[in-house]
Design a protein around this ligand. Structure first.
Ligand SMILES: [Zn+2]
Length: 324
């Protein structure tokens, strides 16, 4: 997910007809990291809320839940969170600021404090809020913080129960991986689990194109059963986010990587997660149901990150527990 430093010049090229001047600066594109925290005034919050009622036209991207919230049903159902990626624009004396609609939620629920220049621009360009608006924003802030607390609690319970259940005897690890994915994936992604994840056709394609017709190992079936078709990010270690590849993307990445054949690439490696040109791959071991997870970056030495899919899933769970 795009995560832009506050006040960076906007990275995206403007569309034809969009203004280039004054400079457009990004504010509040937080992704999964929150650095600037501090109190903001109700007068600012109410003005920001009013701006969010009418996002900049034509800039509504697909919905995306807040990555600072625990991955729980409640948080992703929050209408402000679900509204995701619409844009707000505020003109200031030196720049036009571009913020995601989600900034209102960041401010109210997470205590995000945007840069002063942005706050000043909002205060100057939006009319003074009414008493009713001030009251409403106060109620909304309370509600969002309450929702967040509740979501954190339910996430802790969910993780604790997943960890307990994971300790139950499961020789192949398949049930454990499935439980872990169910506990970890945010709701929009968990929908894939309800659908059964990768389809029979997806797995056949994986078998035919990547595994020379051999059956897809059980653990890999479970993995793609959990993450198939739902793009998303998972944190493998702190500040280290990887995008999940559904089965079909794993096949297309595999084909590309085989075509480039940059050492130390091997055809028995199956890409599972990707991050800035690097991949976490499952190194299929002959006659074993699981193999080590390696980090592969073209031209660099591959290093073993996890002992297998189960090890990767357990590390994701442990990392998530630290983030709660
Ligand atoms: Zn949030």
């Amino acid at each position: 997910m795009a995560c832009i430093k506050d006040l960076d010049l906007r990275v995206r090229e403007p569309r034809p007809g969009e203004p280039q001047e004054p400079a457009m600066r990004a504010v509040g594109w937080l992704g999964s990291t929150l650095e600037a925290v501090g109190p903001t005034s109700p007068a600012f919050q109410a003005r920001l809320g009013r701006l969010a009622q009418k996002p900049f036209p034509g800039r509504r991207m697909s919905d995306y839940p807040c990555l600072l919230c625990p991955r729980s049903e409640r948080a992703s159902r929050d209408p402000l969170v679900a509204r995701g990626w619409g844009e707000l624009r505020v003109g200031g004396p030196k720049a036009t600021y571009v913020a995601p609609v989600l900034i209102v939620h960041y401010v109210l629920a997470h205590g995000y404090c945007p840069p002063d220049a942005f706050i000043e621009a909002v205060m100057a360009s939006v009319a003074e809020p009414t008493e009713a608006e001030l009251e409403a924003v106060g109620r909304e802030a309370q509600l969002q913080r309450g929702t967040l607390e509740e979501a954190r609690l339910s996430q802790r319970l969910r993780l604790a129960s997943a960890q307990r259940e994971a300790e139950a005897d499961d020789r192949s690890g398949a049930t454990e991986i499935r439980r872990i994915l169910e506990a970890l994936l945010p709701d929009p992604m968990r929908r894939g689990l309800e659908r059964g994840g990768a389809t029979v056709q997806d797995l056949e394609q994986l078998s035919r194109k990547v595994l020379s017709g051999l059956p897809v190992p059980d653990l890999l079936k479970v993995w793609f059963g959990g993450v198939n078709g739902q793009h998303g990010l998972l944190r493998v270690s702190s500040g280290d986010e990887w995008a999940l590849l559904p089965a079909t993307s794993a096949v297309s990445c595999w084909k590309t990587l085989c075509g480039q054949a940059t050492p130390p690439w091997k055809r028995s490696w199956i890409p599972l997660l990707r991050r800035e040109g690097a991949f976490l791959v499952l190194a299929l071991a002959p006659r074993a149901h699981d193999g080590p997870i390696l980090e592969y970056r073209p031209g660099a030495d591959a290093c073993e990150r996890f002992p297998g899919l189960l090890g990767l899933a357990r590390a994701l769970l442990a990392q998530d527990a630290r983030n709660v």
